[in-house]
Design a protein around this ligand. Structure first.
Ligand code: AMP
Ligand code: GLY
Length: 429
């Protein structure tokens, strides 16, 4: 079997690692991949937004299955383009992916479907947004409606901050066209949760619940990043809560999408906030989460490839094929000094030999590449994800931290507290 994985981050390395585990004989290509995917997949020098070139490649190499990591190509219509050419690809069409591509659309859809989410208003005129913000009062969350690489949501504790955020998006065009329309949301306080569902547009199966750690600093302080770590499972997301999310959030959302001729096939990611135990949607994503995927996939025993193949081939979701192994996983992200601000690249990375030999540690690459001499160097803000496995989150986190300490590169920064909420819960018994 020949598989093409589109993307270059830790999520894509995790997908490739998992697919290779399920199908060791598969020939996997990564477009473009990174310094770590090279061991498992042949690198193809194409970027995720080069949709036509990717389709040409898939066509010429008889690719049996394409899996897309990032949102931008999905929103841009990579699935539509592949399907038009009869190429098998796993993921939602552009119309379905709009659930991530336009927050204004997602909020309107949720309202229509009766899905709980923060109160909001949508604006495309700055004066009106400012009037609303001043009348409403703080705290508020100001969000660019379009894709902004995870940086388009600003939690504002004062009215002035919110007005400034709206101005930066709508007047100063900080996120280009993505900020021409904004959503202003009520602030919700509570613990966050990521629930990823595989779906054929009608039925949906949840993967293991996980939690991301977005802020750069320990104790969730400082600027938001693309994610400094994640863990799974999350004990507060018990079967009862997941059932509520499935019945009251996911299935109604899928039905509303179908009604609008936007049948969603692929991974639907619900970013939730628990307010007094009740789940509210903060955002929907049309793809696997990063870094949640790095913690979630190692907990799955088998069946992912079968589901991808089935859904890419136009079939229904085969729920019976899922198996989860027990235990827990913690992914600690190693970042470059300065991230999420500016940082230097090209730093030599040393991974001790034998670090991954005990089956309880997996090193997944994100911002790495091989220099002309073949040496591994940093090439991004988030450099590596170190996944520790264990009987519980406390044990998995300890293993992940050990691995994170052992890997060296100049300017290495990481949070030592990934999973702290769950570790506190485990300590409390
Ligand atoms: P988003 O880009 O919508 O995923 O938001 C990024 C982050 O901003 C989330 O992970 C939350 O921490 C925070 N956030 C977004 N919306 C809200 C909200 N309505 N209330 C509180 N925090 C929010
Ligand atoms: N971990 C957040 C995201 O993938 O959007």
């Amino acid at each position: 079997m020949r598989i093409l994985v589109v993307g270059s981050g830790g999520r894509e390395h995790a997908l490739i690692w998992k697919l290779k585990q399920e199908s060791p004989d598969a020939q996997i290509y990564a477009a473009p991949g990174n310094g770590g995917t090279k061991a498992l997949a042949e690198s193809v020098p194409l970027k995720p937004d080069e949709v036509d070139e990717l389709a040409d490649f898939a066509d010429s190499r008889d690719i049996d299955l394409t899996v897309v990591g990032p949102e931008a190509p999905l929103v841009a219509g990579i699935v539509d383009a592949f399907e038009e050419r009869g190429l098998k690809i796993f993921g939602p069409t552009a119309r379905a992916a709009e659930i991530e591509g336009s927050k204004a659309f997602a909020k309107a859809l949720m309202k229509k479907a009766g899905v709980p989410s923060a109160g909001h208003e949508t604006f495309s005129e700055f004066d009106e947004a400012e009037k609303y913000i001043r009348k409403h009062g703080a705290p508020l969350v100001v969000k660019a409606s379009g894709l902004a690489a995870g940086k388009g949501s600003i939690v504002c504790e004062s009215v002035e901050e919110a007005v400034e955020a709206a101005q930066s998006m709508m007047v100063d065009e900080k996120f280009g066209d993505a900020g021409a329309t904004i959503v202003v949301e009520d602030f919700l306080a509570g613990e966050e949760l990521s629930l990823l569902y595989l779906t054929d547009g009608e039925n949906a199966v949840p993967l293991v619940p996980s939690q991301d750690h977005k802020p750069i600093g320990e104790g969730d302080t400082g600027l938001n990043t693309g994610g400094m770590g994640a863990y799974a499972p999350v004990s507060i997301a018990d079967d009862a809560l997941v059932g509520v999310v499935t019945d009251e959030i996911i299935l109604p959302t899928l039905a509303a999408l179908r009604d609008d001729d936007r049948t969603f096939r692929g991974v639907l990611y619900a970013g939730l906030i628990l307010v007094d135990g009740d789940p509210y949607v903060i955002e929907f994503n049309c793809r696997f989460g990063d870094p949640e995927t790095q913690a979630v996939l190692p907990l799955m025993q088998e069946g992912l490839l079968d589901v991808f193949v089935g859904l890419a081939g136009g079939g229904d979701l085969d729920v019976d094929r899922f198996r989860f192994r027990g235990g827990a996983a913690v992914c600690t992200v190693l970042a470059s000094k300065g991230y999420p601000g500016s940082y230097e690249k090209g730093k030599r990375i040393t991974i001790p030999k034998g670090l991954e030999d005990d089956d309880e540690l997996i090193v997944l690459h994100a911002g790495t590449r091989r220099d002309p001499e073949g040496k591994l160097v940093t090439s991004g803000g988030r450099v590596l994800g170190v996944v520790g496995l264990g009987a519980d989150v406390t044990a998995a986190a300890a293993r992940s931290r050990e691995g994170a300490e052992a890997i060296k590169f100049p300017g290495k920064y990481f949070r030592r507290d990934i999973g702290y909420r769950e570790i506190d819960r485990e300590a409390a018994g």
